[in-house]
Design a protein around this ligand. Structure first.
Ligand SMILES: C[C@H](O)[C@H](O)[C@H]1CNC2=NC(N)=NC(=O)C2=N1
Length: 112
């Protein structure tokens, strides 16, 4: 399997499969700083990034927004002084699709 960060999101329809527990266990190893969380019954991937000030947090937010538009897949973003909390899940299937793991890896790569 090629690196998640070099893959592209595919169109995700309401009947697309959610990742299984076994798939999740394999995929999460490639994005070890992300935590699966369940919010309102929906499995999501979350990571908090720290920055030295608000300006740097906002610059990262804008890079992330551009990447999301490029992929056609969009995260939850909470931008605060010195930190940005990013949450990926697939609204259409109310859970995690492989796209979310790809986008989490691409989010990490924005800072690499
Ligand atoms: C029409 C459009 O492609 C869809 O609404 C996309 C846009 N971005 C999306 N982003 C995320 N995270 N989940 C989705 O289901 C989703 N759907």
């Amino acid at each position: 399997m090629s690196e998640l960060s070099s893959q592209k999101c595919e169109a995700c329809h309401v009947d697309a499969p959610k990742v299984s527990d076994d798939e999740l266990a394999v995929l999460i190893r490639q994005i070890p700083d992300w935590t699966p969380v369940v919010r309102d019954g929906v499995m999501q991937l979350e990571r908090m990034y720290k920055f030295k000030n608000f300006k740097l947090a906002l610059e990262f937010t804008n890079l992330l927004g551009a990447m999301a538009e490029e992929e056609g897949h969009h995260p939850g973003i909470l931008t605060e002084w010195g930190k940005v909390t990013v949450t990926w899940w697939s609204h259409s299937i109310k859970g995690l699709h492989k796209n979310d793991f790809i986008c989490a890896a691409k989010t990490d790569a924005l800072l690499a």
